[in-house]
Design a protein. Structure first.
Length: 255
């Protein structure tokens, strides 16, 4: 190979090397993606079993009466390896979901505090936590009305970070201010559900009560305690004015 062709060969090779280096740099940059964590371990299984959870129901009815705010912490994951430096990402409130179902009915400064303009995903970690502050004072505490508001959050692509899997692009928060019925209520013979009955059950969560509880008859102990409390104490339903009984509401004015 003469000198002329040798120079051409080296020049083309150098260009190829630069081009590949730039492509590799872009490839690594493109891998910096984040997403709302949407796969979680099923708490009902001891072995690994992942379930989809892209939404959250927040019932604030059991919060202390003087607590008007509640902070929801939502995990956001990085796709692939942890970041090598701190990077910025954005979250917006979407009027209507495009990945999930539903729309935003909550109002800023009434049902939640404004989101930040930008958030920081720290380097060398797998997960960041997005904190959203919910407000309860504009939500009805009526169990019969059962008012609920929804908030659709959506990750927004930035120069630093792109959005990962489609399933992790959005997250839905449903909020209410009444004492919602727990899923386990019908497992035990607790009668019809009433928020006041649930509050009374929570009063029994003391060390003294547990020390007198027969573990073999754990559920029965709670049922008996609830029956006796409602028998010995007058508990009034604030919406109807009726007395809360174990089996039903009692009209004390009825003849």
């Amino acid at each position: 190979m003469n000198m002329k062709w040798m120079k051409i060969f080296l020049f083309v090779t150098a260009l190829s090397f630069v081009s590949c280096s730039q492509d590799n740099e872009l490839a690594f940059t493109d891998n910096d993606r984040i997403y709302f964590e949407y796969l979680h371990q099923d708490p009902n299984y001891a072995q690994k079993r992942l379930i989809m959870r892209d939404s959250l129901v927040v019932s604030m009815g059991l919060l202390p009466s003087d607590q008007q705010e509640y902070v929801v912490k939502i995990p956001i994951n990085v796709l692939g390896d942890p970041l090598t430096r701190d990077k910025s990402y954005k979250v917006e409130v979407a009027d209507k979901a495009t990945v999930l179902k539903g729309e935003t009915t909550a109002k800023v400064n009434e049902h939640y505090l404004p989101l930040k303009e930008v958030y920081t995903f720290k380097a060398n970690v797998w997960t960041d936590t997005l904190c959203v502050t919910l407000l309860r004072n504009k939500l009805s505490a009526s169990f019969s009305l059962q008012e609920s508001k929804s908030l659709i959050l959506r990750l927004v692509e930035t120069e630093d970070l792109k959005v990962g899997p489609r399933e992790g692009k959005e997250f839905k928060i449903s909020m209410n201010n009444y004492v919602a019925r727990p899923k386990w209520w019908n497992v035990y013979a607790l009668g019809y559900y009433h928020p006041q009955k649930y509050r009374i059950l929570l009063m029994f969560n003391t060390e003294e009560f547990y020390s007198r509880t027969d573990l073999l008859n754990y559920g029965d102990r709670y049922v008996d305690a609830l029956k006796n409390y409602l028998k010995d104490n007058v508990v009034i339903d604030q919406e109807t004015g009726k007395r809360v009984g174990f089996d039903n509401l009692i009209d004390t004015n009825a003849k």
